[in-house]
Design a protein around this ligand. Structure first.
Ligand code: UDP
Ligand code: MN
Length: 295
């Protein structure tokens, strides 16, 4: 890894100390007040040779509630082409419409588990309730059945290889709309009354709530703490500005991830074509918010 330090005003030292690995930034990254020129080419064949014999199971949680069931087919179909190919992948699908889960041809060793859940009314609650449901599924099932877990949004499609290079103890995903903004522009929770509060001047990156992961143990700690903090806020009559994403940002600031994925691991079709990175591996699809969110 080559990190070029051009400003001393930030947490960059901490980042270096904690052995962050930032995968695949193609250009100098202007974020949080410093420039990081990072380009670590990963030898994927070498990595495969390390990871494949471990016979790992990778769980991924995907929520498809209400009209979001429509995104599931493309998510699964493209994941079969690009996501952890040749690994055992367990898709854990949480939906209120079990009977509408599409049938998709899965490669050997890959499975779909469907979990019927009720539909909450507010989209904010649907999105935030994922923390609690992921906590529960880890307690009930995944701690025995999986090694790593990714928690992903369903309104996205894979376009290119997403492989073992992304695996690590605790993995955060840089938000594709914030990698080129300075820290004071990050939409962290700024009210001290919330447990997600981040004071001005603090923060490493702005992480997206639509993708995080790591070992099952580490992700368990994360979702449990975020769920507790969401509950504490609710009891105090406060909802963080971006719900569970705000709590995730708080958690990852004080519990540093061991790997950070560049926006090539979750781009946004709304941002259009990019020369920031060579490839887009996964991207949020365009959607009509007013129509799909139902409230
Ligand atoms: N979601 C859902 N049904 C809803 C709202 C949200 O299933 O009515 C889930 C779905 O997995 C979605 C995620 O919550 O990908 C986050 O919501 P959304 O994609 O609307 O948030 P955005 O990415 O637009 O911030
Ligand atoms: Mn989304």
């Amino acid at each position: 890894m080559s990190l070029k330090l051009t400003s001393t005003k930030t947490n960059i030292y901490e980042i270096l100390k904690s052995n962050y690995i930032i995968l695949y930034f193609q250009v100098t990254l202007q974020t949080t007040g410093y420039n990081i020129g990072v380009r670590k080419t990963v030898d994927q064949k070498k990595l495969d040779a390390i990871y494949k014999p471990k016979n790992l199971t990778i769980a991924t949680t995907v929520f498809a509630i209400g009209k979001y069931i429509r995104f599931l087919h493309d998510f699964l179909e493209t994941a079969e082409k690009h996501f952890m190919v040749d690994f055992k992948v367990h898709y854990h699908i949480f939906t209120d419409k079990s009977h509408e889960v599409p049938s998709v041809n899965l490669a050997a060793g890959r499975k779909i588990f469907v979990h019927q859940v009720p539909k909450l009314n507010r989209w904010q609650d649907i999105s935030a309730s994922r923390m609690q449901m992921i906590q529960t599924i880890i307690e009930e099932q995944l701690h025995r059945e999986a090694d790593y877990i990714y928690c992903q949004d369903v309104d996205a499609k894979f376009h290119f290889r997403w492989g073992a290079e992304s695996l690590d103890r605790l993995v955060g995903q840089i938000h594709p709309w914030y990698y080129d903004l300075s820290r004071d522009q990050f939409t962290y929770e700024r009210r001290p009354e919330s447990t997600a509060y981040i004071p001005p001047g603090e923060g490493d990156f702005y992480y997206i709530g639509a993708m995080f992961g790591g070992t099952v143990d580490e992700v368990y700690k994360l979702v449990k703490r975020c769920h507790e903090n969401l509950e504490a806020d609710k009891a105090n009559g406060i909802e963080a500005v971006w719900q569970e994403e705000s709590h995730l940002n708080w958690y990852l600031l004080y519990n540093k991830p061991s790997k950070i994925l560049s926006p090539e691991y979750l781009w946004d079709d709304k941002r259009g074509k990019t020369n920031v990175q060579k490839v887009v591996r996964l991207s949020h699809v365009l959607k009509n918010y007013a129509e799909v969110r139902e409230n």
